[in-house]
Design a binder for this molecule. Structure first.
Ligand code: BES
Ligand code: MN
Ligand code: ZN
Length: 481
């Protein structure tokens, strides 16, 4: 996807994009307004929410055609409706679109409206065609015409939309194109391309991970021919205490010896890692004044003669012992060590992002991300950010009952599975055991929301880029200035 941007009123003959309310007179150009009015009266076109009407202009205005987009009723219009109305705006409407932006802004805040516009069109314009022999040309050039000066917002949203695209590309890539090694190479390439002396990257190989005694992480990698990688990115955009983004990077999850009977789409088990990288990219490119780190324990979860077994006991980086009940509860093992590492590196605020439990999908479905945490204030900051991003999160509990279950092993400090009941909370309670008392911690279970196999709102099949946008606004709300 490419979104270009410009301000000048153009004599372009490209299609004109105009938004209009159901209950308001349409005013585009005197040469065509009357005919449009007639077509509306005769119900040949309509202005219901999200309806796209293609109208040919036969030389009456410079633009050869016009897309009149229904915005529904005036009284119901808000940012969410705006986003809903733009779902069908993509490269299929034309390579270049001249947007009468103010017809979409109405009474909304222009800065916020243009940001929503770009992110939404970027989202629905995305295609994953990397491995198709016939590529889809989804280049889309948006030319905004507006009376407001929105250059900064356009640039920011454009960067964010591109970061979301990159996250989605990573998640959509199959395992045979993206191993732990290749993800580490991507992270190094990203750091280099950011070309900013405040950015550093370090990748640890298996020997170095062994030296760090990250044996919970290494346990997951035991059955794999492919080496693990620990990826550590830093961005010193401010002299504050670093915020850590810890992403689950299970490159493929077969379940291990607790083999999954159905493992399709488990290439997406690194969506947390991809989201952390996307948020990092957006934060740096938009020059946020935050001190940020990304930590990813990247490995696949596979089997050979060496693989981890149920009943094995692992010792995590912080020396806690873990009884393996299921080798398919591998994400929390990699995250346990990643969380320890992030805190050792000085992160006093940590957000982990993980496709962690099927139970979370059962509880919240595919449009709501599960959220856990230990600090009300930080969580409400996060919810604030989620509203700007138009991404839904729902807080779930870590109760005493589930903590007792996690600590109920007869042979080790912790067990890695608490069974069916409260599955998402069980995973969170496990992670909580690796959080130090003075660390503010948020855990996001994106198992349902990161990758759509049955999309229902015109999204494309596959990766969604959730929760990159929310993470970005959360970081922005944490800026030092
Ligand atoms: N990666 C899966 C979780 C998952 C399920 C992600 C569905 C996306 C869609 C995770 O590693 C897993 O297998 N979790 C187990 C945990 C159980 C064994 C305690 C699960 O949810 O079944
Ligand atoms: Mn698993
Ligand atoms: Zn997994």
């Amino acid at each position: 996807m490419i979104i270009a941007k410009s301000f000048e009123k153009t004599e372009s003959t490209s299609p004109l994009l105009v938004g209009a309310f159901l209950d308001e007179e349409v005013q585009i150009a005197p040469a065509i307004d009357l005919e449009i009015k007639k077509m509306l009266a005769e119900k040949e076109i309509g202005l219901e929410k999200g309806k796209v009407n293609k109208i040919f202009t036969f030389g009456k205005i410079p633009n050869k055609s016009l897309y009149l987009i229904g915005l529904g009723k005036k009284e119901n219009y808000d940012y969410e409706v705006l986003e809903e109305c733009l779902r069908k705006v993509n490269y299929k409407l034309g390579k270049e679109l001249v947007v009468e932006l103010d017809s979409f802004i109405k009474d909304l805040n222009p800065n916020e409206a243009v940001s929503r516009f770009i992110k939404t069109v970027g989202f629905y314009n995305y295609v994953y065609d990397e491995l198709l022999s016939e590529k889809i040309d989804n280049e889309l050039n948006l030319k905004f015409y507006t009376k407001f000066n929105l250059e900064k917002e356009i640039e920011e949203a454009f960067i964010l939309a591109n970061a979301v695209d990159n996250t989605r590309d990573l998640v959509n890539k199959p395992y045979n194109y993206l191993s732990a090694l290749e993800l580490a190479e991507y992270a190094e390439g990203l750091a280099k391309s950011l070309d900013d002396e405040r950015v550093t990257v370090k990748v640890y190989n298996k020997k170095e991970i062994e030296a760090l005694e990250m044996n919970a992480f290494l346990g997951v990698n035991k059955g794999s021919k492919a080496e693990p990688r620990l990826i550590h990115l830093k961005y010193r955009g401010a002299d504050t205490k670093p915020i850590g983004l810890v992403g689950k990077g299970v490159m493929y999850d077969t379940g291990g010896y607790s083999l999954k009977s159905q493992m399709n789409n488990m290439k997406s088990d690194m969506a947390g890692a991809a989201a952390a990288l996307g948020a990092f990219e957006a934060a740096v490119k938009n020059n946020l004044s935050v001190n940020l780190q990304v930590v990813i324990c990247a490995t696949d979860n596979r089997i050979n003669g060496e693989a981890l077994l149920p009943d094995d006991i692992l010792t995590a980086m912080n020396k806690k012992t873990i009884e393996i009940l299921s080798t398919d509860a591998e994400g929390r093992l990699t995250l346990a060590d990643a969380l320890c590492f992030a805190q050792k590196q000085g992160c006093k605020t940590v957000v982990d992002i993980a496709t962690l439990t099927g139970a979370c999908v059962v509880a919240l479905g595919i449009y709501t991300t599960g959220l856990f945490g230990n600090c009300h204030e930080e969580i409400s900051k996060f919810f604030e950010a989620s509203k700007r991003a138009n991404q839904e999160f729902w807080r779930l509990p870590i109760s005493k009952y589930i903590r007792d279950q996690v600590r109920g092993s007869k042979v080790a400090d912790l067990k890695n599975s608490t069974g069916r009941n409260m599955g998402a909370s069980g995973a969170a309670a496990f992670l909580e055991a690796f959080i130090e008392p003075d660390t503010k911690w948020i855990h996001l279970d994106i198992a349902g929301t990161a990758f759509l196999t049955q999309p229902s709102y015109q999204e494309f099949y596959g990766a969604t880029g959730v929760p990159v946008n929310t993470l970005y606004y959360y970081l922005k709300n944490n800026e030092a200035r």
